[in-house]
Design a protein around this ligand. Structure first.
Ligand SMILES: C[S@@+](CC[C@H](N)C(=O)[O-])C[C@H]1O[C@@H](n2cnc3c(N)ncnc32)[C@H](O)[C@@H]1O
Length: 231
């Protein structure tokens, strides 16, 4: 079994016989977050990063070219759920980074709060991502990356409102588009084109546009960048 640095800082590739998996180096050795496999090599513990449980892992495996989440990054994560992907982002950004993790379901947020108790770089926020001004007072900006996975009809607008509130020129947006949460009848291509046109019209430059099939059915993963002043 061997572990290699992947092309993105803080992301590793674990090779076991003919199987290769993504993983991150655990910030809290010995603790599983969602039942993931833990591997210890050379005194370091790695957590296997499931492509079936995390759209970010699926996007990396599907050929993501830009990974704005890096050691030391300050992230605003919208739609944190119980913290599966947030936990891997927490491993990546490390002690010098921060993740403001927004989740509006109080029940789901209980696990997130529990996760944050063991990881000092996660700040849980139980709020609605459609109203960034409600949590603006607890987010110490500027934010470098807004990650959005809320599975709501107006995903592009929610991303934009948060970028406008917390970010400036050069900041990144990462968006997991769930087509069937937006429109249950139009073709997938129509739905994705419309969301991407919305981002484009709002002045965001599309950097990556990745189909997550077959790892995540009917999902696209978009990376975009603030390339002009936000209106
Ligand atoms: C697909 S799940 C997120 C999975 C998570 N990103 C991961 O990879 O571990 C979507 C989450 O977004 C939350 N959500 C939906 N709308 C929201 C909103 N307006 N504000 C905050 N959270 C929201 C849901 O409660 C749900 O937990």
């Amino acid at each position: 079994m061997n572990v290699f640095q992947y092309k993105f800082q803080g992301v590793y590739s674990l090779k076991d016989k003919d199987r290769t998996s993504l993983c991150t180096q655990s910030l809290t050795p010995g603790i599983r977050v969602y039942g993931e496999k833990l591997i210890t090599l050379d005194d370091n513990e790695y957590r296997i990063w499931s492509t079936r449980r995390s759209k970010l892992s699926a996007a990396i495996k599907s050929g993501l070219s830009e990974m704005p989440i890096q050691p030391g990054s300050k992230i605003l994560y919208l739609g944190a759920a119980s913290g599966t992907t947030v936990s891997h982002c927490s491993d990546i950004v490390g002690d010098k980074g921060t993740i403001y993790a927004v989740e509006f379901s109080e029940r789901t947020a209980r696990d997130l709060i529990h996760l944050a108790a063991a990881r000092s770089n996660i700040m849980p926020i139980v709020e609605d991502a459609r109203h960034p001004t409600r949590y603006a007072s607890v987010v110490a900006g500027p934010i470098e990356v807004v990650y959005q996975d809320v599975a709501q009809p107006n995903q592009a607008d929610i991303l934009y409102e948060n970028l406008k509130t917390f970010c400036s020129f050069g900041a990144w947006g990462m968006l997991a588009i769930k087509a069937r949460s937006i429109d249950s009848t139009s073709s997938l291509d129509e739905i994705y084109s419309k969301e991407i046109a919305t981002l484009d019209n709002l002045g965001l430059q599309i950097v990556d546009n990745i189909d997550l099939n077959p790892l995540e059915k009917d999902h696209r993963f978009i990376v975009c960048r603030v390339s002009e002043d936000l209106k």
